[in-house]
Design a protein around this ligand. Structure first.
Ligand code: FRU
Length: 483
């Protein structure tokens, strides 16, 4: 491990394992007061390999307790997948009147490279699993990442899984989690620039500004490359799903709708069974181009903050809205508030600490740029900003941190809806990750960033003109206790 100047880049309120390699979130399910977060994990090192399901639980999605490996590598590696609670004991895996937690995942055989779908079940709240075995094998080396949920209208289990290099999502159904019937496939021209599809998701969401009770289904897939900045990314589709096939919304564009405009939000999966009808998801905060070079030790791998989802219409257009779960607010302590501050080619120092939550509303601006700049003692800089003329928000990490990979330095941009009213931005920062949310969560930028050792200085500036900060609130986020 090369010497890395940042003594402790370990985030405070984002999940990372204590040590070793982590990739995709897996098996997200809520049961008996616990949110389960299983994850792709190498128990033996900080590079990809020996893939197993690591495990953590939380009561509030913010304080996580890491538990022993739940599904170890065996003759097959345990690749990505999902988990359900079999309330009706359709599988017969339940015991003593208690439902089983059932994991459905891809078994990867390193000798033949075959990828097939496997089932394992737990009768002790996900702590240990018993392997049932293989349930779907189509003789493919590119068939993975089953997401399973109960579909009440057809009273069947539904699986969406990818034929990765065909860039197709396949739908299966089952009465009992053991026997599966192929129903249909979905593919789309927007995948043309990508090598593959991975980690599909399928769920129904209310339309936030739609007619009463209006809902749509969202199908999301991650893709290995060809994202907004060339690397890995997620895209999503809106449509209808009847338990058999996914029917795309009419006039859906042939170009991808990205899940996030930054570089570091991949393999997002949502929780089955989340209480209050919320649809919550979490992503792996990195990019496949440099995931194995991320300069953190002894853990390499980090999750995004868990986010609540909503679907929003803008004219004929659809947006997927994501906001940090409200549970995070319990960890906040207000440290700074600015009200009606006019900056005219000027800056103000901020003192947010290393882990913070900031909300700012900017108005009456003729500035070229409003920026939030983090600088360290060695001159590395990360800039978050807003360009009023083009209504773009951006993250510029071209000068952040010591160099560790050629593909890292980049500027990520997303355009806000038209209009000239005030602009509100929410920025979550946690040592080596920043998550920017705007326009009610319909625009997000998730980026890792690095820096030299020592404190960061933050300042807000109006460049090339003036801007009024109607309000700016900064909360420090307490490091959650492990539960
Ligand atoms: C995505 C992925 C999945 C696969 C897993 C293996 O990052 O490639 O498609 O199941 O990682 O670790």
């Amino acid at each position: 491990q090369a010497a890395w100047p940042q003594a402790d880049p370990r985030p405070g309120f984002h999940f990372a394992p204590q040590r070793n390699w982590m990739n995709d979130p897996n098996g997200l399910v809520y049961y008996e007061g616990e949110y389960h977060l299983f994850f792709q994990y190498n128990p033996h090192g900080d590079r990809w390999g020996h893939m197993s399901w690591g495990h953590a639980v939380s009561r509030d999605l913010i304080s996580w307790k890491e538990l022993p490996v739940a599904i170890p590598e065996s003759d097959v590696m345990a690749f990505s997948g999902s988990a359900v609670i079999d309330w009706k004991n359709t599988s017969g895996f339940g015991t003593g009147g208690k439902p089983a937690m059932v994991a459905i995942y891809t078994g990867f055989d390193p000798k033949t490279r075959n990828q097939s779908q496997y089932v394992a079940y737990s009768n002790d709240r996900g702590r240990t699993f018993t392997r049932f075995g293989k349930v779907i094998d189509i003789g493919s080396t590119e068939f993975r990442d089953p997401k399973v949920f109960w579909h009440e209208p057809t009273r069947r289990w539904v699986m969406v899984v990818v034929r990765a290099t065909d860039k197709a999502a396949s739908f299966y159904s089952s009465p009992n989690l053991r026997e599966w019937t192929h129903e249909s496939d979905f593919s789309h021209p927007s995948s043309s620039r990508s090598i593959n599809w991975e980690c599909p998701e399928l769920f129904e969401l209310p339309v936030r500004n739609g007619a009463r009770g209006e809902k749509r289904w969202v199908l999301s897939v991650s893709q290995g490359d060809g994202g907004p900045d060339g690397g890995s990314a997620g895209q999503w589709f809106v449509g209808a799903f009847d338990g058999h096939r996914f029917k795309l919304e009419p006039n859906w564009p042939d170009t991808p709708r990205w899940t996030d405009a930054g570089a570091d939000f991949y393999a997002a999966q949502s929780w089955n069974e989340a209480p209050d009808g919320r649809r919550l998801w979490i992503g792996w905060a990195t990019n496949l181009r440099y995931a194995s070079a991320i300069p953190t030790y002894p853990a390499r791998g980090l999750m995004s903050v868990p986010r609540a989802l909503a679907l929003q219409r803008e004219g004929q257009d659809w947006h997927l809205a994501q906001m940090p779960v409200r549970e995070i607010e319990r960890y906040r302590t207000k440290v700074q508030r600015l009200v009606d501050v006019k900056l005219d080619n000027a800056s103000r120092a901020l003192d947010p600490g290393d882990s913070f939550d900031m909300t700012v509303t900017i108005e009456d601006t003729d500035a070229e740029r409003i920026t939030f700049t983090a600088s360290d003692a060695q001159g590395y800089q990360t800039v978050v900003g807003y360009t009023p003329a083009t209504r773009e928000i951006f993250v510029d990490r071209t000068r952040s941190g010591p160099h560790f990979h050629d593909a890292f330095a980049a500027r990520h941009v997303v355009t806000l809806p038209q209009g000239n009213g005030p602009v509100t931005l929410r920025l979550l920062v946690d040592r080596s990750i920043l998550e920017l949310f705007a326009a009610d969560g319909t625009r997000t930028i998730t980026d890792r960033f690095f820096r030299a050792d020592g404190p960061l200085r933050w300042e807000v500036s109006a460049e090339g003109g003036s801007a009024t900060i109607r309000s700016l609130d900064v909360w420090r986020l307490a490091q959650p206790d492990s539960i």
